[in-house]
Design a protein around this ligand. Structure first.
Ligand code: GLN
Length: 486
């Protein structure tokens, strides 16, 4: 079996049929990464020795005919903001350059307990702030479909690793679109889960009321499997919830899917949408209609405030979360400091990049006395209005829809350097994804199918399905049947 063909499902079948060993696949992947990642730059660090040992353990269990989990031996790439004990965790920042994680994130302990293999840590925008990985302090990751273009961000390394077959699947984190937008730009599946579905313990925090860890995978089914493995209440994250996910999460029934109605919000199909994206959206909708799903136009009237609302709440939380990087407890310390204040100033000025500084300053401003009510408190009220729009659209009493369909990003992958001088243009690439974080909803990015005989290679484009809280099964179920279409 070729590495390119491996999904979690195929890996599991092949492993049980003894077509290959977990060790051989992991070893093969490391050889491949060594070569391929020179051009892509998806990984920041690799953990070859530990990964091969993890794989060997699974092979021993298989040889002894012990029951093994669907994720046993599956080689995964992990965003470098998620802690794996003993391994580097830079969050893409110079300030954490030499930091090694002291414990496993809850998602990692869960995946370790089912025998997953961790290949290494992937590149990201510094502290997950960005949409292209160009804000990484270490390197720019390239889009595997076109090396002159960005893979998206901030989980660009994870998306590029999966798209370039340097991992079977990956974990990313999504605060305003950081799983879904890179998934769309790289042509893979990315799931942002309901806020609270997955523990954030061991995720280096960006904006805690928005952050969620989630899977990036080659298929919707793989994303569902990974999600099931990491979901659940955790004593270390008080916002996590013990949601019950039934068998329909991984085995959806077509008769349930056919009964659904998908809402299309007029506010998301505006002028300025790239023609390639509009065309892809039409194709995806036509394909979904062929499954028997009904479509209905809906309105989410406060959408126009989402970007401003996000760029107040998010930096406010960033400025408090990043206060802990003071040069004393973690990572890099500024040199030649005099007094304590000087030490803070030197460490932060030296350790943080431009975008991070911009957001800390913005966040400190909107929280400062005198401006708090005008900005932060007001943005919280707007956040509620945005959430109310979704509640209304989903409300069965008003003939509400089951799922909402939108583009993921306004354009396909853009050129490296194209938006680095214009932060606002960069912020706009999350216009369709960040309302979902403000409302705490689940949403998945699924690649629009491309004709296999396409003459010129076309850049990937994803569509987004937004679900009701805790209804990941609805969006993944539709995605599953979309993927079965030819
Ligand atoms: N690109 C968005 C931002 O820069 C979202 C980031 C994220 O989801 N982590 O804030």
């Amino acid at each position: 079996m070729h590495l390119h063909d491996l999904t979690i499902k195929k890996f599991h079948d092949g492993l049980l049929k003894k077509e290959f060993s977990a060790f051989d696949v992991a070893k093969g992947l490391f050889d491949f990464i060594e070569d391929k990642d020179k051009e892509i730059g998806a990984y920041l660090s690799l953990a070859k020795d530990t990964a091969l040992k993890q794989a060997e353990k699974v092979d021993i269990a298989v040889a002894k005919q012990e029951p093994v989990d669907a994720l046993a031996g599956v080689p995964l790439a992990i965003k470098d903001a998620i802690l794996i004990e003993g391994q580097p965790a830079t969050a893409g920042s110079k300030i954490l350059e030499n930091y090694r994680a002291a414990y496993d994130a809850t998602v990692i302990s869960k995946l370790k307990s089912v025998g997953a293999v961790f290949l290494g840590k992937t590149n990201l925008d510094e502290f997950a702030m960005g949409s292209s990985t160009e804000n990484s302090a270490f390197k720019v990751t390239k889009n595997p479909h076109d090396l002159t273009r960005v893979p998206g961000g901030s989980s660009g390394g994870s998306a590029a690793a999966v798209a370039a077959h340097m991992a079977v699947a990956a974990l990313g984190s999504d605060t305003g679109g950081s799983i879904r937008q890179p998934a769309s730009l790289c042509g893979v599946v990315g799931l942002k889960t309901t806020y609270g579905a997955v523990s954030r313990h061991g995720l280096i925090a960006m904006a805690s009321s928005l952050d969620q860890i989630g899977p990036i995978a080659k298929t919707v089914d793989d994303a569902a499997l990974l999600f099931k493995a990491i979901a659940g209440k955790d004593q270390f994250d008080s916002t996590s919830v013990d949601a019950k996910y039934g068998p329909e999460l991984t085995e959806p029934k077509l008769e349930d899917i056919k009964k659904m109605t998908i809402g299309v919000p007029s506010e998301y199909f505006v002028e300025g949408l790239d023609p390639a994206v509009s065309k892809a959206m039409e194709e995806a909708m036509a394909a979904l209609k062929s499954l028997g799903i009904k479509f209905k136009e809906i309105s989410l009237p406060h959408t126009k405030y989402a970007l401003s609302c996000y760029y107040i709440i998010m930096p406010a939380e960033v400025s408090s979360n990043l206060a802990r990087f003071d040069g004393i407890r973690y990572g890099v310390r500024g040199e030649g400091h005099g007094n304590l204040l000087d030490l803070y100033k030197k460490s932060k000025s030296h350790g943080f990049g431009a975008e991070t500084k911009r957001r800390i300053i913005l966040g400190t401003y909107v929280l400062s006395s005198g401006y708090y009510d005008a900005y932060y408190a007001k943005a919280q009220k707007v956040r509620r209005l945005i959430k109310n729009d979704f509640d209304e659209a989903f409300n069965p009493k008003n003939g509400g829809v089951d799922v909402i369909f939108t583009p993921v990003a306004p354009t396909p992958a853009f050129k490296i350097g194209e938006k680095t001088d214009d932060p606002l243009a960069m912020y706009l690439s999350d216009i369709f994804t960040l309302p979902v974080n403000l409302a705490g909803l689940p949403a998945v990015s699924i690649p629009v199918k491309q004709a296999s005989n396409a003459q010129s290679r076309v850049l990937p484009v994803g569509f987004q399905l937004i679900g009701k809280p805790w209804r990941e099964a609805d969006i993944l179920g539709i995605g599953h049947y979309y993927e079965q279409l030819h």
